[in-house]
Design a protein around this ligand. Structure first.
Ligand code: ATP
Ligand code: MG
Length: 319
């Protein structure tokens, strides 16, 4: 299958009193139809901004977004509305994204009604279909969000996202706010829906075990930039970028014999405001040398495995 989404040199800057926040700074990647691209990185590295910019919840500063073979970077209002049906988002906190005064049925019906495509029996049928699809019991139709547990609330959020048969969904930390016992159920639901509805996901998380479980490919972000991207298995077996190594070393393990040492990170995350050229991780990197202050390029170091680090070969004893 071909690419559903292609992002080329995407930038999203915000103006702040202190300067320009380079939230997303020249990011390029491709997501194949029906696959899941995991996006990981510390808080503030630009994961949500990347997702929100791609689905046009905010304008991009520069770069290109190609979706389903079409350049959708700049669209008029009508084209944007059509695109909104195709690209959806599931948020971390289902509670704050649901209207507390609407019943579950009304909540799920809202996007259907707004589309103008459903009314009367058809609306009721479609509501029922969506509730079934995400596993919300019919008896809950007249309940309010506060009466549901977190897992069910997130199922309602998923039903809303799926209402208009999207092709692409940004899942922005969709299970991070849920109890661990419920996380797996919601993840499994998302994976089942991907299969049955033919969905393509961008899955944002800071939880490395979640991303390993769900992703086909992974992008590791640091301060608005990609530092490493490849297939998920490859990233976990063969982590090449110093930042990814520290990120992956932080996964808790239940194997008491595993000798994996947690690599501590020195220094603070530098500011994304008017960053200097050169590797943004250098200030915290145990391998940093003078040359790291020159601009870095994402480079195919092994087949399909891209890394942005001028010392990557040396550090990993490649060649
Ligand atoms: N509307 C905005 N105006 C100004 N700065 C913003 C805005 N939205 C995000 N930022 C800044 O952009 C950077 C990236 O933020 P973003 O929310 O995308 O990070 P994130 O990786 O999603 O973090 P988290 O893991 O905490 O959700 C941060 O420095 C943030 O302060
Ligand atoms: Mg975020």
């Amino acid at each position: 299958m071909g690419a559903l989404l292609e992002v080329q040199h995407l930038k999203k800057y915000f103006n702040s009193p202190k300067g320009k926040v380079h939230a997303v700074d020249d990011v390029s990647f491709v997501i194949e139809q029906g696959k899941t691209m995991g996006v990981v990185g510390e808080s503030g590295c630009g994961k949500s901004t990347l997702g929100r910019t791609i689905i046009h919840l905010q304008d991009s500063t520069d770069g290109k977004i190609i979706f389903d073979g079409k350049d959708v970077t700049n669209l008029d209002k009508k084209a944007l509305n059509t695109l909104r049906d195709d690209m959806q988002i599931i948020f971390q906190d289902p509670y704050s994204s649901l209207n507390p005064r609407m019943t579950i049925r009304q909540t799920i019906q809202e996007p259907l009604k707004l589309s103008g495509k459903f009314e009367g029996d058809k609306l009721e049928e479609e509501t029922e279909r969506l509730m079934k699809l995400v596993g919300i019991e019919e008896r809950l139709a007249l309940s309010y969000p506060r009466e549901l547990d977190g897992g069910r609330r997130q199922r309602v959020g998923i039903a809303r996202a799926l209402a208009l048969h999207p092709k692409f969904i940004v899942c922005d930390e969709p299970v991070s706010a849920l109890d661990v016992s419920i996380q797996a159920q919601v993840l499994n639901l998302l994976m089942d829906l991907q299969e049955s509805e033919g969905l393509t996901y961008m899955f944002i998380t800071h939880d490395m075990s979640v991303v390993k479980h769900i992703s086909d490919n992974i992008c590791v972000m640091y301060l608005g930039q990609l530092v490493e991207t490849c297939e998920s298995d490859e990233l976990f077996e063969n982590t090449l970028h110093p930042y990814s190594k520290t990120l992956l070393s932080a996964i808790p393990t239940i194997d008491i014999h595993a000798k994996k040492k947690r690599i501590p990170l020195k220094g603070e995350i530098v500011s994304p405001i008017d960053p200097k050229p050169g590797c943004r991780f250098a200030a915290r990197c145990p391998y940093a040398i003078e040359g790291c202050h020159a601009p870095q390029q994402l480079e195919e170091v092994l087949p399909g495995h891209f890394v942005s680090c001028c010392r990557v070969r040396e550090i990993n004893h490649l060649e």
